[in-house]
Design a binder for this molecule. Structure first.
Ligand SMILES: Nc1nc2c(ncn2[C@@H]2O[C@H](COP(=O)(O)OP(=O)(O)OP(=O)(O)O)[C@@H](O)[C@H]2O)c(=O)[nH]1
Ligand SMILES: [Zn+2]
Length: 214
């Protein structure tokens, strides 16, 4: 069991850095025009005239995470502090796109970590989430990338990430299940080795808090 856990820990996350090139809006526009034609539409009709341009911009926006640099994003917002209790930032909204169907999946991310002599500026956690969400993704990889980035950048004693999401590829096509939620988690360091830490995290992210209605 312990051996299994160790080998799971060592497994590297698939590289998802893209080509490094910015989205090519011109090529995207031309392809959207082709797509409209292939769908039997008329790209020349009034309502569709600006559609290729709009779609190209929207796709570039939704995949901008390929071009975000985590160190730049953190902007030095790592603060030395003697605080060794768990920090949780939960209910972080995100939108991503599944790499299989190029359809959105969206939901909430809950993040917890055990600091090791430093904490990170709170807003930087949603920024890290968006950096990895705004790419073509699968939910599990998104989950692991957020967790591993935080663990490395904070040198934290432990990190826990839970992602709850609805996938439009399971809703508006395919199995057409409207109420299905996929839950994935990544537990690193103390969150993996200490059941008590993990349970505390899971309990705290379930609790309703300031400004929540449930
Ligand atoms: N594990 C995982 N699967 C995903 C994610 N997003 C989409 N999928 C699944 O990817 C799979 C792709 O399966 P395929 O059989 O190749 O594609 P498909 O014929 O369109 O599959 P159906 O959706 O079942 O119609 C489907 O089961 C999707 O539900 C994700 O984030 N994580
Ligand atoms: Zn999909």
């Amino acid at each position: 069991m312990a051996k299994q856990a160790a080998s799971r820990r060592r497994k590297p996350v698939e590289d998802m850095s893209g080509t490094g090139r910015p989205a090519d809006l011109g090529v995207l526009q031309a392809l959207v025009t082709e797509t409209l034609l292939a769908l039997g539409e008329n790209p020349g009709r009034n309502g569709l005239l600006k559609t290729p341009e709009r779609v190209a911009k929207a796709l570039a926006f939704m995949t901008q995470g390929y071009h975000r640099d985590i160190d730049q994003l953190l902007n030095g917002a790592l603060f030395p502090i003697e605080y060794d209790e768990m920090v949780i930032v939960k209910d972080i909204d995100f939108y991503s796109m599944c790499e299989h169907h190029l359809l959105p999946f969206y939901g909430k991310v809950h993040v917890g970590y055990l600091p090791n002599k430093k904490v990170v500026g709170l807003s930087k956690i949603p920024r890290i989430v968006d950096t990895f969400a705004r790419r073509l993704q699968v939910q599990e990889r998104l989950t692991v990338q957020i967790a591993e980035t935080l663990k490395t950048k904070l040198n934290a004693h432990g990190v826990g990430v839970v992602v709850e999401a609805r996938h439009l590829c399971m809703m508006m096509r395919g199995v057409e299940k409207q109420n299905t939620v996929a839950v994935s988690s990544s537990m690193l360091g103390a969150f993996r080795t200490q059941q008590q830490t993990r349970l505390e995290f899971l309990k705290l992210i379930r609790r309703s808090g300031v400004g929540t209605s449930d």
